[in-house]
Design a protein around this ligand. Structure first.
Ligand SMILES: [Fe+2]
Ligand SMILES: [Fe+2]
Length: 266
């Protein structure tokens, strides 16, 4: 599909937030952490805390759709309402994964843990911010901005998901694939969902070109919050791993990188 001028402008505006997301420590931890205990503790935390980000998704999309219909944007609203059903019960996949990950943890480590404990972890500020963002969008007079949130977040599964899966499988082992059902399913499902979001974004811009700015702002905010959520998962997982996070390799790499550039520029 040829990219419309509005879609191009939207992508330019949101590009800064996408770049910022890419260099956040949380996403990089997910993709590069090689310490098995740290990675396992991170997966437990990320899977447990993701339940609160995922459980309301179906309702958020449906309510945003209904609000669009109420404001007279019938086509956009109806497509959102129809699409919402495809997100039903995805939080249940996370709970199933969590059970597998907890079982593996208890086989390997001394400090035993339960699924119930993990599901009652205190929610980080980023999760609260994620809920607030959706509620603000739904209750505003621009509820179609829900499409921008979905587009940016589901794009993460498509763009980063395969690397996330590789990172876990090859550093922790094949047995962990059973605890990655949610991620593996979303790598596949969100290809279709992202194509759907892209078409819907374009329909929104056809409805009103002036929506590009507020869509990009909302999409950027969603990315910033999700990037922070992954950072929060790294911080919270230290309580489970009960070992000091070794950042010496990262520091060494960065220092070498800076030195090399400094040398060649001088
Ligand atoms: Fe989903
Ligand atoms: Fe999805």
């Amino acid at each position: 599909m040829k990219q419309s001028q509005e879609m191009f402008d939207y992508n330019c505006l949101v590009h800064k937030a996408r770049t910022r997301f890419h260099i956040q420590p949380g996403i990089n931890f997910f993709l590069t952490q090689s310490d098995k205990k740290q990675m396992h503790a991170f997966l437990l935390t990320w899977t447990a805390l993701s339940v609160s980000n995922t459980q309301p998704v179906e309702g958020w999309i449906r309510r945003a759709g209904n609000k669009c219909i109420q404001l007279g944007y019938n086509k956009i609203g109806q497509r959102l309402v129809d699409h919402s059903r495809q997100e039903a019960d995805h939080d249940k996949m996370l709970v199933e994964d969590l059970e597998v990950l907890v079982q593996l943890w208890n086989q390997k480590y001394e400090n035993k843990i339960t699924t119930k404990e993990l599901l009652s972890l205190e929610l980080p500020q980023s999760t609260k911010d994620y809920v607030t963002l959706h509620e603000n969008v739904i209750n505003s007079d621009e509820p179609f901005r829900q499409v921008a949130i979905e587009f940016e977040i589901e794009r993460i599964s498509v763009n980063y998901g395969p690397r996330m899966l590789e990172s876990v499988m090859y550093s922790l082992g094949r047995e962990f694939t059973k605890g990655l059902g949610f991620l593996a399913e979303h790598v596949e499902l969100d290809v279709g969902h992202t194509a759907f979001n892209l078409r819907l974004l374009d329909s929104c811009f056809k409805e009103n070109k002036a929506w590009v700015n507020s869509m990009a702002e909302t999409g950027s905010t969603a990315l910033n919050i999700y990037g922070q959520f992954l950072n929060d998962c790294v911080v919270q997982c230290q309580k489970i791993s009960q070992q000091k996070l070794d950042l010496s390799e990262v520091r060494k790499l960065n220092q070498n990188f800076i030195d090399q550039f400094a040398d060649s520029i001088q």
